[in-house]
Ligand binder design. Structure first.
Ligand code: GTP
Ligand code: MG
Length: 198
């Protein structure tokens, strides 16, 4: 699938405030700084669409981006940023789960995981919460450019192995780099296939 247009449609903290058009939504979640906003920019070919930062905790709202006038990419705040005060962490958690639990248009949640590291407790806990709630999800291993191909493959395999300790089968998994564009075609084609089936 090709993206021919991508525009910011609005920010919200509660599902009732999200854009009114009822279109399929693909949302991106993961630890703060894992590269959610950067990946949305890479997929849309617009480096200025979603705001990114070297400092974790940049995205604080649910941001909808209208793609091809036909579906939404949704950028969510990150979870697991240890240095946030408790009340800020609770506020973000509320925003995230209000969206996940109540956005009827969300087709799938992509959970981004840093490809350089073993799956962290906070990721595994989040993913098992998705499982308990029956929320469809995929995994994207990000920042693939930050290590050589062998180290990358080793870590991704290890992480898939860790997932298989908890799950009978793997969810759809992708590897991405917002720097090199790796994963763009696979992720967009996957989304395109789902869109064609609904
Ligand atoms: P929050 O909004 O704070 O939750 O973070 P986020 O997950 O949206 O991360 P963001 O896209 O803002 O990126 C965080 C940092 O990682 C920025 O400095 C990006 O430039 C960098 N980054 C993101 N993706 C990649 C990637 O694929 N490769 C490399 N080398 N750097 C990346
Ligand atoms: Mg962000």
């Amino acid at each position: 699938m090709r993206i021919t247009s991508a525009e910011f449609s609005g920010s919200s903290t509660r599902v009732g405030q999200k854009p009114q058009r009822r279109l399929p939504e693909f949302a991106f979640i993961g630890r703060s700084n894992v590269g959610k906003s950067s990946l949305i920019n890479m997929l849309t070919g617009n480096s200025k669409l979603a705001k990114t930062s070297q400092t974790p905790g940049k995205t604080q709202l649910v941001n909808h981006f209208l793609i091809n006038d036909n579906w939404y990419l949704v950028d969510l705040p990150g979870y697991g940023y240890a240095r946030l005060p408790d009340k800020d962490r609770a506020r973000l958690r509320h925003i995230i789960w209000d969206y996940i639990n109540h956005s009827d248009e969300m087709v799938m949640l992509m959970v981004l995981v840093d490809s350089r590291h073993p799956m962290q407790e906070v990721d595994l806990r989040f993913i098992s919460e998705l499982g308990e709630k029956g929320i469809p999800f995929g995994i994207i291993f990000t920042k693939a450019d930050k290590q050589g191909p062998e180290a990358l493959q080793r870590q991704v395999l290890e992480n898939k192995g860790r997932l298989l300790e908890d799950w009978e089968e793997l969810p759809p998994c992708f590897v991405s780099s917002s720097v090199s564009g790796e994963g763009k075609e696979e992720i967009l084609n996957y989304i395109g296939t789902i869109l064609n089936s609904i």
